[in-house]
Design a protein. Structure first.
Length: 94
């Protein structure tokens, strides 16, 4: 099961916010993350690293949805697009 979401690289009101698209793929039975894709500019490498870690450690979508991420307007939105995508995927898995 997959879900995609487009967010911003930093707070909407902060100058230079760019789109970042996150796609997550999870096993329907176990809810484990089995794939991810991110398209965007700045900050993509850190998000890919985090998702790679989640997949290698067999985290579930619910685990990812509860993850704490940095919030600083010049660096990210209040809710990281990875977290919002995971929350949307949980609703789809129900």
């Amino acid at each position: 099961v997959s879900m995609a979401f487009t967010g911003k690289t930093r707070a909407q009101y902060y100058p230079g916010a760019l789109p970042v698209r996150v796609k997550l793929i999870a096993d329907k039975e176990t809810e484990k993350l089995i794939g991810a894709q991110i398209i965007g500019g700045e900050g993509v490498a850190q998000r890919i690293n985090a998702l790679s870690f989640a997949i290698l450690n067999e985290m579930t979508v619910r685990d990812l949805a509860k993850a704490e991420t940095c919030y600083a307007p010049p660096l990210s939105e209040t809710w990281d697009p990875m977290i919002l995508t995971a929350q949307a995927l949980i609703r789809k898995l129900k």
